[in-house]
Each structure stands twice: as C-alpha cells, then as structure tokens.
Design a protein around this ligand. Structure first.
Ligand code: 16G
Ligand code: MG
Length: 542
C-alpha cells in the first residue's frame, strides 16, 4: 500500500472536520455535498473487500427514493448481496476517520480483516441520474485507482442492475452475461417464454402505465422496451424529461401518501405502477369507476407471486418448501390471508432488505417483500437443480409447470429486489391467470393503517425485540402501546427508530381509517412523552 499516495489523493477528497456518518440499512446517505470523501474512501474499501474475497465487488452511487439533493453509496458483496455486517463497521470507521488518521485506519482494517494486499482487486461501479452522481462516482474511481484496483464503470444503471453485474462476474457467467444487454436478454427471454402461450383477452392485459420517479428506471425501461414489446407495452410517465427526481412521484411517495403520483394520466381500472428513484422498489395501483384510489403494495405482490408458485409446485408434485418473509409493516390482512387461506408459512424479520434476504435463504423457495415494494424470490441451488431436471425429463403438464418455474427463476433478480424484474413477473402472472388488477386487489382487503414520524432527542433510546414489534426501552412505552391498542378493534401498533432518518417511526392499523389515524396519533404522543420528544407535540386525533 502506497501510504504517501493515499495521503496525497485523500487530501483532494478531504473530510470536513467533525462530520460523523454511519453505514446504515442502505449504506451512507446524506446531502450530496458532504459525500465526496466518503466516496473516495468507499473506493479504497471496495478494493480491500475485493482482495479479501478474491471477487468482484460493486459500488453503487444512489440515494434511492430520497430527495434529488441527497446522495449515497453502498457496497455490493460477491453474490450480489448487501455488504457483510463486519464490513459495515469497517466502512463506518473509515468514513469517519479524520483526514490525518485515515491511512492508519485503512491499514488497521486490512490487518483486522486479514486482507492479502498482493491479491488483485476488481470493482464495478454504477450510479443513478442525480446531478451529483457523476462527480461522486469519479471520486469512487479515484479511491479504487490509488490502491491499484482494476475497475469497470457501468455508468448509469439501476441498483439491481449493478447487483446483477456483480453476481454474473463472480459466477463465471452462469448467472448471466455481465452486460446491460445480457440483463435485458436474460429477463426478456424468460418473460416472453412465460407469457407465450397465455390466454389474452385484448390489449388490457398487455399495456401498463409506469411512473419512473423521474429516475434511472425511465432510461433503463426505455432501453429495454424493444426486448419485451411483443409481450408488454409500457407507457412511461415521470421519465425525467421535466420533473424532479422522487418529487411528488415514485413508489415511496405513492405508498406513504396512499395516492397517485403527479404527472400520471390515470383512467378507471387501468393498471399502473411506480418505481422508486433507483428502481429497486415497485408498487401497483388503479382508480376504480368512482375515482377511488386502490394501492397494491409489496404484501399483495408477495401474495400473488406465492399463490402462483404454490400452484406450480402442486403441478410438479415435488415437496419443495416455500416460505414468505415480511416485516412488521406487512398489513395484518396479508399475513392472515397467506397463513389461513393459502396455508403458506410466514416469517417476520427486522426492516431492511438484508434481514429479509437472509431469512428467505432458509427455504427451497423464499418469497420476500417489504410492504414498501422491495422484494424478490430466492430459489435454493437444490430447488433450481430439481426444477431444471424436471423441465428436461418429465412429461406433459408436469414438464410445462417445471419449465414455467425455470423461467420464473431466470426472471427474478435473485441478487436483489428489482422493480423491472418484479414488474415482468407480475405482468406474466396476471396474463397467464387472466386476472384483472381489480381481481388481484380483491384477494383480500387491507386493514386501514397509518404511519407517522416523531422527533426525539436521541432515537437510540428506543430499543425493540421480536422483529421490531415490541419495545424494550424506554420502560413503560410498550405497556402504554398495549393499553392504547386494546381500545380499538382489529388493531396493532409498533414503533421503531428509523435506520435512515433521525426520527422514530410509528405504525398503527385498525378496523377503520379514522381509528387507525387516531391510534397512530395516540401512540405518537406516548413516544413523545416517554422517549424524549422534541419540537411540536403530536396532537391526539387526526
Ligand atoms: C432502506 C432499506 C429498505 C427499508 C428502509 C427503511 C435496503 C436496500 N433498503 O431504504 O429496505 O425499508 O431502509 O427505512 O435495505 P427506515 O429505517 O427509515 O424506516
Ligand atoms: Mg430504492
């Protein structure tokens, strides 16, 4: 390691004194102007991680659904997964080291993690469409170069596309070709095969309106259009030509405000969906004939997909186990429907994709989705082998079902939740089953719910257990929540410190919207009073 060169280059990406950031659930995320040093240092860290794992590592520059002025960075581990927890700690230490200490901290990490510095390193880099992203990704490249790592800059890609590239490169092409065309070819072939012989009753099934959050999803979906146009015509809105990234549009806006994005022309009963700013989340929705808005979130997406997979598993007659993984935010009706009607086991983990992903790996087929629309389906190696064998050897209906499953395996981005890939799976299932968006929505009725934020002096005073469904500290808060929940029907509420913002999140559901709102308010007040609220006190009622 050439410490002099590192010191010299680091000075060009100097850290503002005293700035402290943490590698959180989605990497580092803050105002773009504070991130230059973090990018340079993540370039350095990616080289060390690459040397240690003897694999290609990814670095994605994005702040997902956050405002255009923000940015962020996350590292992608060898199989396309999120960075291992011990390296999240290294990332935090390195990002926060004051300028003069940085080379020493870098050395400490390489010693602690037993990195062989002689090993070659390869890093792939991607970025979203934010105005700050290009310069920041150049800072990542500076970091990689000063440690003599090799790199490939994929430029503008969605977050899941970068995960895909990392996975391809570390599996000698078995997962796919590590090019953007390779991604389009793999997904579109599986999509067209899956929809091929499907019954279609007119154009309704074949056209979809997509709100791209004025982000990278628009560029990539437009590029992909010719590959899928035989099976699906997409009409793009908020494609970045006019509006601001994530402003009054995108999956996060639609889910949290429970209303349509600006800039989308919706007619009654038309199927519409929204991506988030880096295209790793998707939610669907429609307006009914009375103009009422209906949201179809990650929970309903998981339900549609798992019922389709369950039917195929019955056809192939193999005892492959299937599990659905959710978080505390999953609507109570979805959990009840999955367990009681569909009879599939459901598990709850902490918020954040890495927790769901990890749990989903325990099953032959693990379906995971956050209510906010982030999710995918994982197939174990054994399940994949079995399915491929059946697709070759068995006959008639069994063979057909195995072939469909084979396409489903290819169509899901198993490296990460992916709005484009999820959209194609959903469209294929709706087409095959001849389901309208209303029929899909009618699988079950969501319980009315409300999410609120509370500002407190230190959100870390709140600790939780049971996959964030129960508060441990401060003492008395859980009892207060229990007492409030008892006063409403079909009710449930929980609170947790956010992993991405300096606030506490409150979730409540109940038998009516009014009751969900009023329960959420009451719980917010309890948080404010028992967990050191600051600023304006939440008011009871809504
Ligand atoms: C991050 C997570 C997302 C989670 C959200 C929760 C990833 C890639 N993203 O965006 O899964 O839902 O954080 O945010 O893991 P919160 O902690 O602020 O509620
Ligand atoms: Mg995102």
């Amino acid at each position: 390691m050439d410490l002099d060169a590192i010191t010299e280059y680091s000075a060009l990406h100097a850290k503002p004194n005293g700035l402290v950031l943490q590698y959180g659930t989605a990497g580092f995320r803050t105002k773009a102007e504070h991130l230059d040093h973090v990018m340079f240092r993540m370039g350095l860290l990616a080289v060390l991680r690459s040397k240690q794992t003897k694999s290609t590592i990814g670095v994605m520059v994005t702040a997902s659904h956050n405002p255009e002025e923000d940015n962020g960075v996350k590292l992608v581990d060898p199989l396309g997964e999120m960075l291992a927890p011990s390296w999240e700690e290294h990332a935090t230490c390195l990002a926060n080291a004051e300028e003069q200490d940085m080379p020493r901290v870098l050395m400490d990490i390489s010693v602690k993690a037993a990195v062989n510095l002689q090993q070659d390193a390869f890093v792939v880099i991607g970025r979203d469409t934010r105005p700050s992203s290009e310069k920041l990704s150049q800072s990542v490249i500076d970091g990689v170069t000063v440690l003599e790592g090799q790199f490939h800059d994929y430029g503008l890609v969605t977050t899941p596309q970068l995960h895909y590239m990392v996975c391809c490169r570390n599996t000698s092409g078995r997962y796919g070709k590590a090019t953007i065309e390779g991604y389009y070819e793999k997904l579109s072939r599986a999509f067209l095969e899956l929809t091929n012989q499907a019954f279609c009753s007119g154009d309704d099934y074949r056209s979809l309106k997509v709100d791209c959050a004025n982000g990278i999803g628009a560029l990539k979906l437009r590029e992909m259009e010719p590959y899928i146009s035989q099976g699906l015509s997409v009409q793009l809105f908020n494609d970045g030509t006019k509006g601001k990234l994530n402003h009054l549009c995108g999956a996060d806006f639609v889910k949290s405000h429970q209303k349509p994005p600006e800039g989308m022309e919706m007619k009654a009963n038309e199927r519409c969906c929204s991506f988030d700013g880096d295209a790793d989340r998707i939610v669907y929705y429609y307006l009914d004939v009375d103009g009422h808005f209906h949201l179809i979130d990650g929970d309903k997406i998981a339900t549609l997909i798992s019922s389709f997979l369950k039917e195929l598993l019955l056809e192939i007659g193999e005892s492959l186990n299937i599990g659905v993984v959710q978080t505390a935010y999953a609507n109570g009706s979805s959990t009840r429907y999955l367990e009681e009607v569909m009879k599939v086991p459901v598990y709850c983990t902490k918020t954040g994709v890495k927790h769901l992903h990890h749990k989903a790996q325990e099953f032959d087929i693990g379906v995971y989705f956050e209510a906010n629309g982030h999710g995918t389906v994982l197939f174990s190696k054994a399940a994949e082998t079995k399915i491929k064998q059946l697709a070759k050897e068995s006959e008639d209906k069994k063979k057909e079902a195995a072939k469909m499953l084979e396409n489903v395996i290819d169509l899901f981005n198993q490296a990460a939740g992916d709005a484009i890939s999820d959209m194609l799976v959903i469209e294929a299932i709706l087409t095959r089953k001849g389901l309208t968006v209303q029929q899909w929505d009618a699988l079950y009725t969501d319980l009315p719910n409300r999410q609120l934020k509370v500002k407190v002096a230190d959100r870390q005073v709140i600790s939780t257990t049971g996959a964030e469904r129960q508060v441990v500290t401060p003492l008395g808060l859980q009892e207060a929540i229990n007492d409030l929940v008892k006063t409403y029907k079909l009710s449930r509420a929980f609170v947790r410190p956010s992993g991405t913002e300096d606030i506490v999140r409150v979730y409540a559901e109940a038998d009516s919207q009014e009751n969900a709102d009023s329960l959420a308010r009451a719980v917010s007040l309890a948080v404010f009073q028992l967990a050191g609220g600051v600023g304006e006190m939440p008011q009871p009622g809504f």
